[in-house]
Design a protein around this ligand. Structure first.
Ligand code: UDP
Length: 486
């Protein structure tokens, strides 16, 4: 009897909820689209309740497997989060190898292995076992291009990238200042630096990249990348995005939504710096004073300030002593004076629902890629306030190429703080100025394009999964040296 074709995809989510959630979404799409089954492999290290609940709500054709915990307590206390993640991935490779071997020996087999953006070290294991392998890159193609280019840039330069005299010009991308490259590349002496070089090289072991982007967002970059792939420089790229969470519909009673219900159309500036974005105490005070001076309506998700680390909220390492309310750090009397035009909420808000509310007219954002795609899917223009990770390069692209974001221009020389005057001017411009109107038109255009890209079935986002799924089968068969299709 002919052997059943292997239709099972194994997806590796690197440690942390921010990685597990998008991988879960990809798995859902693959099984819904291709009639495949999937197994999501996660790590015990850095697991959270949030990601367990997402995993348990997946369709029955998606299974999960958890790799055993590995010890990383020998890492120095100040090791960067990326170092911790790469270390977990490396140390758990033997467990992953065992798992893949046993799946290969099971009736389901393994048609394709997919590693997310911090997991490509694992591609070598898939290669060793003859499994076709892909990288799922949850940020944009410009960021992937930059990481692929880093090993070259490392070889040909010696200074810190922020001191490079010339901009970094990546194929089809806006020129970047060295300081706009991702955070873990900004210090050659940090132990994470050589791991990032390895990352750029490991990506090249993949048979292709699934990137959370779409043509209207990164057309020139996609064209240039495809040319390089055709020449065999890089594996092929598939634009599978945009992946955006949809409204949950559970927030009708939410205080933010109720407040927005009472505001005029397109009048409110939504201020939220992602899950980790953190401002210094001085910047928090200036932002508050600027919002107040602008006279614009605002909805601000306020975090504890930190003067040390602009991603402190991510790890809960803000230094706020005994205080348990971030609103207590706002300037004296601010909440009272702005109570008719603004709402400040502590820590977290239902972002997707807020962005899609008719009252929201602009988004002050750290330009995290998920937030950016959510703004685009809602047609809301942005005020770019990049803080960490790849956000500086995102901001450059969104403002100078895509045209959906304005940027504050003046910062105070002594401490880099955006002053209240600048905040007020750019807030007004975004909501009611000409530049804001142009960014809004562009955001709405992109909203249409994003909707078309993800329209199932047959939209480009689905289509992009097709060659992976189809090619996977052929390659799997070839690797085993027999054709047992039908
Ligand atoms: N988010 C939210 N409410 C908040 C802050 C963040 O729902 O108050 C969500 C946001 O919608 C997005 C994610 O958290 O989906 C943040 O991801 P992004 O890539 O923008 O930035 P990161 O937090 O990873 O830096």
């Amino acid at each position: 009897a002919p052997k059943k074709r292997p239709e099972h995809v194994v997806l590796l989510a690197s440690p942390g909820a921010g990685h597990v959630l998008p991988v879960a979404e990809l798995a859902r799409r693959i099984v819904e689209h291709g009639g495949f089954t999937a197994t999501i492999v996660t790590y015990t290290n850095f697991s959270s309740a949030e990601h367990s609940s997402t995993l348990s709500s997946l369709p029955p054709s998606v299974s999960t497997a958890v790799l055993p915990e590995v010890a990383i307590d020998d890492l120095p206390a100040d090791a960067r989060i990326e170092t911790r993640i790469f270390t977990v991935v490396r140390r758990a490779l033997p467990y992953l190898r065992d798992l893949l071997r046993s799946l290969l020996g099971s009736p389901a087999g393994v048609a394709v292995f997919v590693a997310d953006l911090l997991g490509p070290r694992a591609l070598a294991v898939a290669a060793e076992l003859g499994i076709p392998r892909y990288v799922f890159f949850t940020s944009n193609l410009m960021c992937l291009s930059s990481l692929l280019y880093i090993p070259d840039l490392d070889r040909t330069t010696t200074c810190e990238f922020r001191d490079l005299p010339e901009p970094v010009v990546l194929p089809g991308c806006v020129p970047l200042h060295g300081s706009e490259l991702v955070d873990p590349l900004q210090d050659r002496a940090n132990p994470v630096y050589p791991l990032m070089i390895d990352l750029g090289l490991d990506y090249l072991r993949s048979d292709g990249f699934l990137v959370n982007t779409f043509d209207a967002m990164e057309h020139e970059t996609l064209v240039a990348f495809k040319e390089l792939s055709d020449k065999g420089v890089y594996p092929p790229v598939y634009a599978v995005g945009p992946f955006v969470r949809s409204c949950s519909g559970e927030v009708a009673n939410d205080a933010c939504i109720r407040w927005l219900d009472d505001q005029p159309d397109g009048s409110v500036l939504y201020v939220c710096l992602g899950s980790g974005g953190t401002l210094s105490a001085a910047q928090t005070a200036e932002l508050a004073a600027g919002l107040e001076a602008s006279g614009q309506r605002f909805l601000w998700v306020v975090r504890f300030p930190s003067d040390k680390d602009n991603s402190a909220s991510y790890f809960g390492t803000c230094d706020h002593g005994d205080a348990d309310d971030p609103l207590s750090y706002l300037p004296e009397g601010f909440l009272e004076r702005t109570k008719h035009t603004g709402l400040a909420v502590p820590m977290w808000a239902a972002q997707v629902e807020i962005l899609n509310h008719r009252a929201v007219g602009g988004f002050v954002s750290h330009c995290g890629w998920n937030s950016t795609l959510e703004a685009v899917a809602a047609g809301v223009p942005m005020l770019a306030w990049p803080l960490y990770a790849e956000q500086r390069m995102n901001a450059a692209m969104l403002s100078s190429r895509v045209g959906i974001a304005l940027r504050p221009s003046n910062t105070r020389e002594e401490d880099g703080v955006v002053t209240r005057e600048e905040v007020a001017a750019v807030a007004r411009e975004l909501i009611s100025g000409e530049k804001g109107a142009a960014a809004r038109r562009k955001a709405r255009e992109l909203r249409e394009a994003a909707a078309k890209a993800t329209q199932a079935p047959g939209g480009p986002s689905c289509e992009a999964l097709q060659p992976v799924v189809a090619g996977a089968w052929k390659k799997a068969a070839a690797a085993r040296g027999h054709a047992d299709q039908e």
